[in-house]
Design a protein around this ligand. Structure first.
Ligand code: FAD
Ligand code: NAG
Ligand code: NAG
Length: 446
């Protein structure tokens, strides 16, 4: 008999949450035609933390499978800028120190896909279009989850307004500070500040008078932090700039925009962030960066948090996916992991449809833990490069970079061929009933 859940609750309408809904719909409806998925989102409207993200070939492949890429392409210029390579430069000398290529020697993408830089809100909008069209997926905004419990074979989520929702399965996709994790599945696993923050701004290209040399995306590296600059629309009208810098935890509170802050506080923060950028980058050898650093743009502070590996991911009827389970310092790939999670989990649910949920969870962990632990470790190494450094250490880092890039190239390119919809899944162990039926038939046949 099938044990597939019919009423599924997803917490969080980020990339993981919506991808999970779309993927569950695709995999499960052949078996559960009256599938009922409800997404609960804390914010009152569709919103994101802002800025643009880079999609790797893997992320694009999986978004294509879910139908999201078509929607993005339909948005025209706003649907993002194609990225053939992220070029790396030394901010000190202006010298090129390599690139991360999203195309092979023939200029082709991996398995048909290159990189893409796109505003977060555009991805969310593309995903929402698909949700709105889908009769089996419902989304409710303005519902903040504050806890949950398992009761009588059901999972119950509690909301801030005192209401609750009951389902057969709850999937926590509520991001790095996940309430499903910290107030339910694994209270011992709070998020940690990485010590690094992004300072992000959008700058209209036509306000920069120095030549813009990068083709689509560049990282300019210095010992005071790294500056990422990238177009994020096809017509190259907007430059997305993000400084990746070391920032003390004590200073975070003083620099973060919050709802309800008065105008004077906001203005003070704006000035402080502008100074921070100027201090760090205005001596750059690269005119374009110098200009960006001295521009009157509004920089927003995004402190980067992580969830240390090794925590719990599930109980009997609740599981964490995406950043809620394993937020790591971003290295252009975290969103891809969230998409992998969604697709692999949905496929496993169907593969284990005759088994109880905990067997599915178990198989999922066996499939995912090592990959995630490894990715976490690598993101830590990448991240180390952005710490403030002494003069010599800064030089060394620059000299080592081409070597490191080359030595990891094969690994990276193999990883970009990954297809979560194709990889072989584990299979459930035959149950005792089946085994005995099998031997019974065999005996009869003899
Ligand atoms: C500065 C920065 C830059 C990054 N750049 C890149 C990049 O270039 N490429 C890349 O692949 N990745 C990047 N990442 C990582 C990427 O953003 C995340 O991995 C990805 O967004 C994870 O998606 P998610 O759906 O798991 O979580 P989120 O995107 O955080 O979504 C969680 C959702 O849950 C909602 N929510 C939270 N709490 C509750 C609650 N209690 N109740 C109800 N709803 C709730 C939130 O409002 C949100 O909508 C970056 C991350 C940061 C911080
Ligand atoms: C769908 O699921 C939600 C949340 O679990 C529940 O409130 C609602 O009653 C369900 N609808 C149907 C038709 O079962
Ligand atoms: C965006 C940006 O300013 N990138 C610069 C990084 O460094 C190279 C090398 O000097 C410049 O050509 C780019 O313009």
């Amino acid at each position: 008999m099938d044990c597939l859940p019919r009423n599924i609750i997803i917490v969080g309408a980020g990339i993981a949450g919506i991808a999970c809904a779309l993927s569950l719909y695709r995999e499960l409806t052949p078996f559960v035609p009256d599938l009922n998925i409800t997404i609960y989102e804390r914010h009152d409207i569709l919103s994101t933390s802002g800025g643009a993200i880079n999609l790797t070939p893997v992320a694009q492949r999986h978004l294509a499978q879910l139908g999201v890429l078509d929607e993005l392409n339909r948005m025209g210029a706003e649907g993002g800028a194609e990225v053939n390579a992220i070029e790396l430069y030394s901010m000190r000398s202006g010298r090129s120190i390599g690139s991360i290529d999203f195309v092979d020697h023939d200029g082709k993408g991996f398995g048909g896909y290159k990189g893409r830089r796109v505003m977060r809100i555009m991805i969310s909008m593309a995903m929402m279009t698909l949700v709105e069209r889908n009769p089996n997926i419902d989304i409710t905004f303005g519902k903040k989850v504050v806890g949950g419990e398992e009761m009588d074979g059901k999972a119950v989520v509690h909301f801030h307004d005192g209401s609750e929702a009951v389902g057969d399965l709850v999937i926590g996709c509520d991001g790095v500070h996940s309430a499903v994790r910290t107030r339910w599945v694994d209270p011992d696993s709070p998020s940690q500040y990485t010590g690094m923050s992004f300072l992000q701004a959008n700058i209209p290209s036509n306000t920069i008078s120095s030549p813009i040399h990068f083709k689509s995306s560049a990282l300019n590296i210095s010992r005071h932090g790294t500056m990422l600059t990238s177009f994020c629309d096809r017509d190259q009208e907007q430059i997305f700039a993000a400084a990746i810098v070391q920032f003390d935890e004590e200073d975070l509170g003083l620099h973060k925009f919050e709802y309800g802050q008065d105008w004077a506080t906001q203005n003070r923060i704006r000035c402080a962030l502008r100074h921070e950028i100027e201090d760090r980058f205005s001596k750059s050898a690269i005119p374009c960066i110098k200009e960006i650093a001295q521009s009157k743009s509004d920089w927003m502070l995004y402190p980067v948090y992580q969830v240390p590996p090794g925590g719990r991911w599930c109980m009997n009827r609740v599981i964490l996916l995406g950043d809620a389970a394993h937020a790591m310092p971003p290295r252009d790939e975290s969103a891809a992991y969230a998409l992998d999670d969604a697709i692999l989990f949905s496929r496993l649910l169907v593969r284990y449809r005759s088994e109880p949920l905990f067997e599915v969870f178990d198989a999922y962990e066996r499939l995912r833990r090592d990959t995630i632990n490894r990715a976490f470790k690598e993101s830590g190494h990448m991240w180390d490069k952005n710490r403030d450094m002494g003069f010599l250490e800064g030089r060394l880092k620059e000299w080592m970079m081409p070597l490191r890039l080359r030595s990891h190239r094969d690994e990276r390119e193999a990883a970009w061929e990954f297809d979560a919809s194709k990889i072989t899944l584990p299979t459930p162990a035959p149950s005792d009933d089946l085994v005995s039926l099998h031997s019974f038939l065999k005996e009869r046949a003899v």
